[in-house]
Design a protein around this ligand. Structure first.
Ligand code: F0G
Length: 418
């Protein structure tokens, strides 16, 4: 039977109980399955013939067979072989799993398709979240598709413009609070506990994370059942690294891959409670009161999923690293200019982290590595315009253009080869 359980004391709750923490000890919850049942379902299903997408993995999801699935065609993102970037960094095999290819431009869509489908199962009419931007964009889109009311709380002035535009155009009530993400999350938790008709879809909701685990399933399937040696992800609230690890372990348990990757989490230096704890060898975080980074998506000081993330990194024998804003922006350009992939700053932190861990010798150059880039670069064009060279401008004359872009003297037409 599918049920929820506390990650600390193991207390069990039904799959339809609406609660966001353990009533006995207060810790966070996870979704549990009977894997024999999943195995049986898989034996009878043609899932392997379906295209790559979150719903290829329906048998692994905590959704009733009769449920109406709310989908915008999420998942099925590219696993790009990045040889030019690999050569620049000095690593043998590098792939980028580019989650910006999802319908609203981030990995959150994997979670929201399941979370909103669950909201309909529970007959909820209103959904809510706190967000640094992408969660609000995604929730707003899926709520619109499902015909639900949606409220999003965002830190005033601290989310990328593209994300704010998305929340607004999809019709959410976008509320900017004078405070940071951590405060916004506390407030939506309080609101959803006080007003039971409001369903909370932050990553503290374990059903949302079930959708996000499909990231790991896809990576294994795209690599023909071979998990990579290492998966590197940015960490904010740390839901995604926890979900991905759950996905890898489940695929392993079901015999669909015989390897497990080392989970490696990257945080921005000014918002790095988990990475700092891992570096110190501690299994407890010290929250950061005033987190700060150019990567606004991961500007989080008190991540709710920190215990799950520390567990994932520990069990997988992975590691964590911090990167500076400068390193993040450099990695963003490096990825765009070597591979044609434009990702937002938070996403580029995975590449920045890889570079740093290679340089310090903590990652072996022979490893097969997957960097997850979590959100599309177009969400935050401001940062590029602020930190890059300005476009060239000249009069509309051929000679001026030739001079400016350094075109040599014309070659006679007879010499131009075909
Ligand atoms: N990358 C991007 C682009 C994100 O938007 C986020 C989180 C993360 C990485 C970190 O993922 O929280 O699962 O560790 N964004 C959330 C939001 C907090 O509100 O959009 P995580």
């Amino acid at each position: 039977m599918i049920h929820q359980a506390c990650i600390s004391c193991g207390e069990k709750y039904g799959a339809d109980e609406i609660l966001y923490s353990c009533e006995r000890c207060g810790d966070i919850l996870e979704v549990k399955y009977d894997y024999d049942v999943i195995e049986e379902k898989l034996r009878k299903s043609d899932w392997k013939s379906l295209p790559l997408s979150v719903w290829r993995y329906k048998d692994f999801m905590p959704i009733r067979p009769s449920s109406k699935i709310v989908s915008l065609n999420e998942g099925g993102t590219g696993l790009h072989s990045c040889q030019r970037l690999a050569d620049l960094l000095g690593v043998k095999q590098l792939y980028v799993k580019n989650e910006g290819e999802n319908p609203t431009g981030s990995f959150k869509d994997r979670g929201m398709t399941v979370g909103i489908t669950k909201a309909l199962e529970l007959d909820m009419k209103t959904v809510i979240c706190a967000s640094t931007g992408n969660t609000s964009a995604s929730l707003a889109a899926y709520a619109a598709k499902a015909g639900l009311q949606c409220t999003v709380l965002i830190p005033s002035g601290k989310i990328a413009y593209g994300k704010l535009a998305q929340a607004i155009v999809y019709g959410a009530k976008a509320v900017q609070i004078r405070g940071n993400f951590d405060q916004a999350l506390k407030m939506v938790l309080e609101l959803s506990e006080k007003h039971r008709e409001v369903y909370l879809l932050n990553s503290i909701n374990p059903f949302r994370l079930e959708g996000q685990k499909s990231l790991a399933y896809e990576i294994c399937d795209q690599m023909n059942g071979e998990a990579p040696d290492r998966v590197i992800l940015p960490m904010g609230n740390a839901g995604n690294i926890s979900a991905a690890w759950k996905g890898f372990t489940e695929f392993n348990k079901l015999g669909l891959t015989n390897r497990l990757p080392k989970m490696t989490g990257i945080q921005a230096e000014g918002a790095a409670p988990i990475a700092q704890a891992i570096k110190k060898g501690s299994n407890k975080i010290v929250p950061v009161d005033e987190p700060e980074t150019v990567a606004t998506a991961i500007r989080i000081g008190s991540p709710v999923n920190w215990k799950k993330a520390i567990r994932a990194i520990g069990e997988s024998k992975g590691t964590a690293e911090t990167v500076t804003d400068g390193e993040i922006l450099e990695a963003q350009k490096m990825l765009a200019r070597s591979e044609g992939l434009f990702v937002e700053p938070a996403s580029a932190s995975s590449v920045a982290g890889l570079k740093k861990l290679l340089e310090s010798g903590k990652i072996d150059r022979d490893e097969v590595i997957v960097c997850v880039t979590t959100g599309h670069g177009l969400k935050d064009p401001d940062i590029i315009m602020k930190t890059s060279e300005k476009p060239l401008e000249v009069d509309a004359e051929i000679e001026s253009i030739e001079k400016l872009v350094g075109l040599a003297r014309p070659i006679p037409a007879t010499v131009v080869s075909r």
